[in-house]
Design a protein around this ligand. Structure first.
Ligand SMILES: Nc1ncnc2c1ncn2[C@@H]1O[C@H](COP(=O)(O)OP(=O)(O)O)[C@@H](O)[C@H]1O
Ligand SMILES: [Mg+2]
Length: 235
């Protein structure tokens, strides 16, 4: 996976995110330096409360760090204003969460197409891309169902399709299989890895499941806000 031509697609420098709780300060992300190469699958593991979600939210431009810088595709997202950041996220980033946050009144298809209303990338043939995504996520027969009419695994696959419809270059996933049973979790993980390869994406995933982390190119461990490399291949 990693070769001489590797190109850094995401980089964080001395990233700090703190929360004030009454008169104490929690340092959820403590001076994190990270370099991710184009096309990599990165897994981030660590105990509950160690700062994984906070780090992922900062990297995905959903939360602002107190200090430090984040570059994606060479663009400093920490220097962008709200509108510029929203447009950048729409163009290049996708996010999948544990709770899929589908809109209950919209069908699966409508939910999937929401991001295209906000950002119409002129270089994408949506129709072709949509068909490809739907078929690889096995959603052909479910497009006109409401979220309440879908199983948990199907709902999560719809939220993955929604995250990928704009062909993001970097996909952030926070425990995407956390609410699913083993069989559905394996299927969703498999599909995330397949679509990552199909669409040449970079995947950054928070997970507490070591069998998932074993599939990653590199694993990092979060411990009290501090990120360190973790040897997932043993030895
Ligand atoms: N919005 C917030 N306000 C205050 N404290 C927060 C907030 N979000 C996270 N934290 C605190 O930051 C720490 C890391 O949380 P989190 O990133 O959710 O950890 P993880 O995802 O590893 O379980 C925890 O101590 C948590 O209580
Ligand atoms: Mg979390």
């Amino acid at each position: 996976m990693i070769d001489a031509n590797k190109r850094v697609i995401l980089k964080s420098v001395d990233l700090i995110r703190q929360f004030k709780q009454y008169d104490t300060v929690v340092t959820a992300v403590n001076r994190v330096d990270l370099e991710v190469y184009d096309g990599e699958f990165i897994a981030i593991i660590g105990a509950s409360g160690s700062g994984k979600s906070t780090l992922l939210h900062c990297l995905a431009g959903l939360d602002r760090p107190n200090a430090g810088k984040i570059f994606i595709r060479g663009n400093e997202i920490t220097a962008m204003g709200a509108d510029e950041l929203a447009a950048f996220r729409g163009n290049y980033l996708g996010t999948v969460f544990q709770s899929h946050n589908l809109i209950p009144q919209f069908t699966a298809m409508e939910n999937i197409l929401i991001p295209t209303l906000m950002c119409n990338k002129s270089n994408i043939s949506y129709e072709e891309h949509f068909k490809k995504l739907i078929s690889s996520l096995h959603l052909e027969d479910r497009l006109h169902h409401l979220p309440s009419e879908l199983s948990g695994g199907q709902q999560q696959r719809v939220s993955i399709a929604r995250a990928l419809i704009n062909r993001p270059q970097v996909v952030f996933a926070d425990e995407p299989t956390g609410n699913l049973d083993k069989k559905n979790a394996e299927e969703v993980l498999e599909l995330l890895i397949q679509t990552k390869d199909l669409l040449s994406q970079t995947l950054i995933m928070v997970t507490h499941d070591m069998s998932i982390a074993e599939r990653a190119d590199r694993v990092f461990r979060m411990d009290n806000g501090v990120l360190t490399p973790y040897d997932n291949k043993g030895g």
